[in-house]
Design a protein around this ligand. Structure first.
Ligand SMILES: *Cc1c(COP(=O)(O)O)cnc(C)c1O
Length: 404
């Protein structure tokens, strides 16, 4: 390591709150699936900023839209109209088949906004007595880091010493439709769930789960809120992960890849009157729906479709999954994934996943461990067959070693 690399890392550690434990690489440039560190070493990015850079690093068309818009107008606040918001609404509604859109910035803000909206819908439309609204969530969920959201996390690390928390949430197991049926009461306004639990280690529910969930929600007048912040926009090989089961959520949350990694842009989408309950002054955000965000998101959505990235995610995801399954290694407990949202779960005796990620780094691959024993793999959706094969060779070389 050169002294400059040590300086960046040491200076971060000295001044920064230590709420992250990054792999020891300092990145300074990115293009497509590749990133380069300050010493000029090249890596295949198999994290894509937790799926925010699905369109590939520094996509030229998103970059051009951002620069062009930054020259014209960046922020007006919602006190005035701007000439990008309507176009963003029109295009995201056309893409996703939604009727109403609420633009926000971070993913957690979209989740918070959805919680506020479904509660309001519960009181004003469903007729739940004031203050009694219940929202059902799943064990091992990840919906962000704000106080409201960590309050219904089941991870002690995520919640610990951050309370007291807001009431009104009920936790059930993920992938268990009878548990949902048992948890619904007349005061239940929504079921908030990830189509695939990403942070929990790419946990895919049993086939038919969401069909049952959809039926239960409809039968009980409960809003199905799908957090597609990570699974959405092509990551799983379909535009939205809900399409794998042919269902439609009442409320869909998007973020991350909505800006292709250029800028925080999130959105709450609804195909009913949930967002319709919000009146002027009841919710907002200084930066939400700003012209720069809208121009960037419009370009990010456009290239996703125009350049066939969703179909590519399905194709390359299948290739990657097959290749991982073909690796014969005692270290591997399970390989799973859908589209380009993949994970290798190691046997506990094989040692910590972080050691494998560090070994992958030395071979030119950046991947991230999650929950001690799982390596998560989520490259940009522009990855080619040759690049998948290149990655697989390296995964095979590392996974057949023992780092216990
Ligand atoms: C990343 C993520 C969030 C939070 O998004 P932020 O932009 O980090 O606030 C919420 N839900 C899911 C499923 C996520 O993956």
């Amino acid at each position: 390591m050169s002294s400059s690399v040590i300086d960046f890392i040491a200076t971060e550690a000295r001044f920064g709150a230590r709420n992250y434990e990054p792999i020891g690489v300092v990145l300074s440039r990115g293009e497509g699936v590749w990133v380069w560190d300050t010493e000029g070493n090249r890596y295949l990015d198999c994290l894509s900023a937790y799926s925010a850079v699905s369109q590939g690093h520094c996509h030229p068309k998103i970059l051009a839209a951002m620069v062009e818009q930054a020259h014209r107008l960046t922020l007006t606040s919602r006190a005035f109209h701007n000439d990008q918001l309507a176009l963003f609404y029109e295009e995201i509604a056309a893409l996703t088949g939604s009727h109403k859109v609420l633009p926000m910035n971070s993913g957690a803000e979209a989740v918070e906004s959805a919680i506020k909206s479904v509660r309001k819908w519960g009181y004003e439309v469903k007729g739940v007595p004031d203050g009694q609204a219940e929202i059902i969530v799943c064990a091992n969920n990840f919906h962000g880091r704000t106080l409201g959201v960590v309050g219904f996390s089941t991870d002690p690390e995520t919640r610990g010493h951050f309370g007291p928390f807001a009431p009104g949430f009920k936790v059930i197991p993920f992938g268990d439709a009878p548990a949902l049926a048992g948890a619904i009461t007349p005061n239940t306004v929504a079921f908030l769930v990830e189509p695939i639990q990403g942070e929990a280690g790419v946990v895919i529910p049993p086939a038919g789960y969401f069909t049952e969930v959809r039926e239960l929600c409809t039968a009980n007048n409960v809003m199905l809120v799908l957090d597609e912040i990570q699974t959405g926009l092509g990551r799983t090989g379909k535009l939205l992960a809900e399409q794998h089961e042919g269902i439609e959520a009442d409320v869909t949350l998007l973020g991350k890849a909505l800006s292709g990694g250029f800028y925080p842009v999130s959105a709450v989408l609804s195909n009913n009157d949930v967002l319709g309950t919000l009146r002027p002054g009841q919710h907002g955000s200084t930066f939400g729906g700003n012209p720069l965000a809208c121009a960037v998101a419009r370009a990010a959505m456009r290239v996703l479709v125009e350049e066939g990235m969703i179909e590519n995610a399905a194709r390359q995801g299948a290739r990657f999954l097959e290749g991982l399954k073909d690796i014969r290694a005692n270290t591997i407990r399970e390989v799973r994934g859908r589209g380009l949202m993949l994970a290798v779960e190691l046997h506990p005796e094989a040692g910590r996943a972080r050691r494998y990620c560090e070994a992958l780094q030395a071979k030119g691959i950046l991947a991230k461990d999650t929950h001690e024993h799982t390596i998560r793999i989520a490259p940009p959706l522009v990855i080619t067959s040759d690049q998948v094969d290149w990655a697989l060779e390296r995964f095979a070389a590392i996974l057949t070693q023992d780092f216990s």
